[in-house]
Structures are given as structure tokens and as C-alpha cells.
Design a protein around this ligand. Structure first.
Ligand code: BES
Ligand code: MG
Ligand code: ZN
Length: 484
């Protein structure tokens, strides 16, 4: 899809030239041959100076490039990497299948090696199309020819950014796929194919089928699967890429959430309920391809939440892998059941630091909307490090509370150890407090609730309909910073 070259093509080939300018500028000097004309366009108000605006200029034989795209980078006074990312939102295959990108003009006074990475991830992200299930395909093949006069080698930066954006777009593909194209068994097959593709001796994989999951006594996870025709899968990936304790990434993999017998009145878009699983698979891909020097595990308990004669019903009591008993108040609070056993499993497998990512609650959408991910955790330093990483990655994350009153409510069952739902108040914190009960003494833990951020149905400027891959960049940056 995307190909990136650095100073490879002759500088003056005919393909379009993408050139950045700032709002404050009253002209852009691209080439003497075109200078007067461009000054004229600026003077006469023909240049759109909104952040991200693309001004198409025909060179009519005065330049080798047939077309120049003048991209407005916004105000120089506020310019930073995040603004650069926004400015590139309209740069994609629609401008041409091969684009010469003048890097120096996009850099302002920013570090060029950081600029290179942002240019590749941003354009790669904006070039995404999900047309797999449409008969009319979009040709979004795009070659970027990065041009710079600086005598620096950006090969490593380009490679890292390319691997990251490839992972981001794979996450989006997984989430955008509807349930009838991606169930739990097929997600496990995806993980197997990913491992084959990674072809790395430091990577390990084990997929557990239903019988093996029963042997592990994961009855919280199995409870969610009871109403399903499709077998569950436990996906376990490992990467031994460095020193130190395992970080365990746990992703919610509910392939479709009908709510179960506590049936949803509106279950549209609930194919996105496996976005946490897609996220951790994407982070794994980026970490391995870029060979971060860490030890990582990925755990996904994959199933759908459906109904038949055997499905869970409210009042049922099930026993989790760690032997805690859970009273089912709502079969629609199924994510925390699957995550509970996934948390136990990853800790049994040696993870000392665990991050779970889940489209867990409607309550987090009410609290934080669709641009901000909710963050919970039990270790302030880890929370701070994650918030710092999310800022660097240009993703909005907000720290939310777990307090003793909600911890108490989660334990307020008359017949079991825990309740899987405590009603309307503090809904997102209640889910987090439930998960916390499965975090062992000494384990550092974060929980990301991406119910609002994983999938967009009303995209704003620079956003796309459908999957966003939210938090993949933050997680990658967090893991990278561990050894920085
Ligand atoms: N999959 C949903 C959460 C969700 C909501 C994801 C909106 C994406 C967008 C989850 O399984 C769920 O149904 N949660 C319930 C919990 C409640 C019954 C305690 C909710 O939030 O209503
Ligand atoms: Mg899906
Ligand atoms: Zn649910």
C-alpha cells in the first residue's frame, strides 16, 4: 500500500511536490521559475491559509513537477509535531499515487528526525481505506518520496514509523471487520499468521481451544461463551526481546456483544468490542518489528457474547480462574468477566506489570466522550509514565478514580464474592474496581477504557468513520520509553 523512499527519486521528477507553508508567510519560495506567480497568488488572496488546507498549483511547464501542493501548516508560533500531524490530514492517495514530500518545508524549527517519523505515520494513517467488503475498490497505493537537503540518514526513523503505521492500519482492519467476517476462531488464526509473518525467534505463540481453556478452569471467560455456537480461543503471544520482567498486555476480545440475555436495545457497532484485542495485537506487531528491547506478553480471551439455551442468565454465579466467585447482575457486563481470567492468566505466566485495554463501559463514553480514553491504575508512577507517553503520542487520555466506596460496592453480593455490575453510578470506575480484584499483590496495573475512542461514527476533521486504533501509539511509546 504505502512505500517510502528517501531522496531516491530524482529531485525533479514530474510527480506532484508537497510543500509546507505557515499562515504567517506571504509567499513560498519553491523555485525561482515560479516565484512571481506564487507571490501573486498570495497577494490576491487565492491561497487558503487554514491548518491542513491543500492548495493545488499547476506549474504549467515552469517546474518539472506538474503540480505543487501547498499545504498550510498553521501558525508558526504554535507549531509542534501534533500540529504537523493535523496539517497532513488531507495528504493521501487522492493527491497522486507518487508524491514528492519536501521534508525541510514541513519541519519549521522542529527536529527533522522526529518530523520524518510523524510524516510517515500521519500520511500512512490518513491514506487508509477499508474497502475489503465493497465491490468497488479504491486504489490507495501511495509512494512517498521524502526529499531533504540535510545530509542525515533517516532510514531507521522511516522504518520505525512505517512499522508503526502498518500496525495501526492492521488494528483498524480488524476492528472494522464485522462479526461474520471475524469471529474468535478467526482472530486466533490472524494471530498465528501474524507470528508467521514476524518470523522472529524471540516470538512465541500458543492458542488454547475450548477444551484447554476448560482445563485452565477459566469459568468467567467460559461463562461468556456459553451461549455461543463458536468456540472461544485464548491467544497468548510472547516476545523475549530484552531484559526485565514481562509486561502483560491484555485486550478485550468480545467479537460481538449482543449483551446476552440482558440484551442490548441497540447493539449497532458492537463489532468494535474486540478493539482492545486488536490493539494489543497491533502493539505486539510494532514492538517486534522494531525490536524494542523488552519482554512482552499479549493475552486475549476471544469469544462473542450471544444467547442460546445454554447462555448465562442474571443471578448465575460463576467461579473465575483465581477462584473468586462472581454473581451475574447483567450478562452485558461480560467484558470484565473475560478480562478477569485474562489478568489471572498473564500474571500466572510471569507478568509483573499488566495493562488491559477494553471497550468496557458506556459510562466512560458519557464521562469523557469520543476523543478521550479513560485511564485507571494502581501505581502512580506507572500512571504518570503512561500519561507522558500519551502526550508524546498525541492521544488524549485522562486519569479516572477507583475509590473505596466503589470497591465496597463491587463486593456487596449476598451470594458470591463479587458482583459484575453495580448500577449506574460510577460505571467506568466500578468496572475498573472489579478488574482490580484480579490484580495480585505486587503487580503494577493499568486499565484503559477505550469504549468511546476505539470507533467513530461521526468523524470530525481529520478523523475517519470506523476504527481509530486509539492508544496503540501511546502503548508503543510507553513501552519504548521503558528503555529510553
Ligand atoms: N461493550 C460494552 C461497552 C461499550 C459501550 C463499548 C459503548 C463500546 C461503546 C460493554 O460490554 C457493556 O455493555 N457494558 C455495560 C456494563 C453495564 C451492564 C454494567 C454498559 O456500559 O452499559
Ligand atoms: Mg470487528
Ligand atoms: Zn456488554
Amino acid at each position: 500500500m504505502l512505500q517510502v523512499l528517501i531522496n531516491k527519486r530524482e529531485k525533479d521528477n514530474k510527480n506532484p511536490l508537497v510543500y509546507g507553508f505557515f499562515e504567517e508567510q506571504s509567499s513560498v519560495l519553491i523555485d525561482d521559475a515560479l516565484n512571481e506567480e506564487i507571490i501573486d497568488l498570495f497577494n490576491n488572496g487565492f491561497i487558503d491559509k487554514k491548518l491542513g488546507a491543500v492548495n493545488k498549483i499547476y506549474s504549467l511547464g515552469k517546474l518539472k513537477n506538474n503540480v505543487v501542493y501547498l499545504v498550510c501548516l498553521g501558525k508558526l508560533t504554535t507549531f509542534n509535531l501534533d500540529q504537523l500531524e493535523k496539517a497532513l490530514m488531507n495528504v493521501n492517495y487522492k493527491l497522486g499515487s507518487e508524491l514528492n514530500i519536501n521534508l525541510d518545508s514541513l519541519a519549521g524549527n522542529l527536529d527533522l528526525s522526529e518530523v520524518v517519523k510523524r510524516v510517515v505515520t500521519a500520511i500512512g494513517y490518513y491514506n487508509y481505506v477499508f474497502d475489503e467488503l465493497q465491490s468497488k475498490k479504491v486504489n490507495n497505493e501511495l509512494t512517498l518520496n521524502l526529499i531533504t537537503n540535510k545530509q542525515l540518514d533517516f532510514t531507521k526513523e522511516v522504518e520505525e514509523a512505517f512499522n508503526l503505521v502498518t500496525a495501526l492500519n492492521n488494528v483498524r482492519d480488524l476492528v472494522n471487520k464485522p462479526y461474520n467476517h471475524l469471529n474468535a476462531v478467526e482472530l486466533a488464526e490472524y494471530a498465528e499468521n501474524l507470528v508467521d509473518e514476524l518470523d522472529n525467534k524471540k516470538v512465541g505463540l500458543k492458542i488454547y481451544n475450548k477444551k484447554e481453556i476448560e482445563e485452565l478452569e477459566m469459568h468467567a471467560f467460559l461463562g461468556v461463551n456459553k451461549g455461543s455456537k463458536t468456540e472461544p480461543r485464548l491467544i497468548h503471544l510472547t516476545y523475549n526481546g530484552g531484559k526485565g520482567e514481562y509486561v502483560g498486555l491484555v485486550g478485550k476480545g468480545v467479537m460481538f456483544d449482543t449483551g446476552g440475555y440482558s440484551i442490548k436495545t441497540n447493539m449497532l457497532n458492537m463489532k468494535c468490542d474486540m478493539a482492545g484485542a486488536a490493539t494489543v495485537l497491533g502493539v505486539f506487531e510494532a514492538v517486534v518489528k522494531n525490536e524494542l528491547p523488552i519482554n512482552l506478553q499479549v493475552v486475549v480471551c476471544a469469544t462473542d457474547n450471544k444467547i442460546n439455551g445454554s447462555a448465562l442468565v442474571p443471578d448465575d454465579v460463576i467461579t473465575a480462574m483465581n477462584k473468586l466467585t462472581i454473581e451475574i447482575k447483567s450478562t452485558d457486563a461480560e467484558g470484565r468477566l473475560t478480562l478477569a481470567d485474562a489478568l489471572t492468566f498473564t500474571q500466572q505466566q510471569g507478568a509483573k506489570e499488566v495493562i488491559d485495554i477494553a471497550t468496557l463501559t458506556g459510562a466512560i463514553v458519557v464521562a469523557l466522550g469520543s476523543d478521550v480514553t479513560g485511564l485507571f491504575g494502581n501505581d502512580q508512577e506507572m500512571i504518570n509514565n503512561f500519561l507522558k507517553a500519551s502526550k508524546e503520542a498525541n492521544e488524549e487520555v485522562w486519569h479516572m478514580p477507583i475509590n473505596d466506596s466503589i470497591r465496597k460496592k463491587v463486593r456487596d453480593s449476598k451470594v458470591a464474592d463479587l458482583l459484575n455490575s453495580t448500577g449506574r453510578e460510577m460505571g467506568a470506575s466500578s468496572a475498573a474496581a472489579f478488574l482490580e480484584a484480579f490484580v495480585e499483590e505486587g503487580t503494577k496495573w493499568l486499565h484503559l477504557d477505550i469504549a468511546g475512542t476505539a470507533f467513530t461514527t461521526s468523524p470530525a476533521n481529520g478523523q475517519f468513520y470506523g476504527a481509530t486504533a486509539a492508544t496503540v501509539k501511546s502503548l508503543y511509546t510507553y513501552l519504548k520509553n521503558k528503555n529510553a
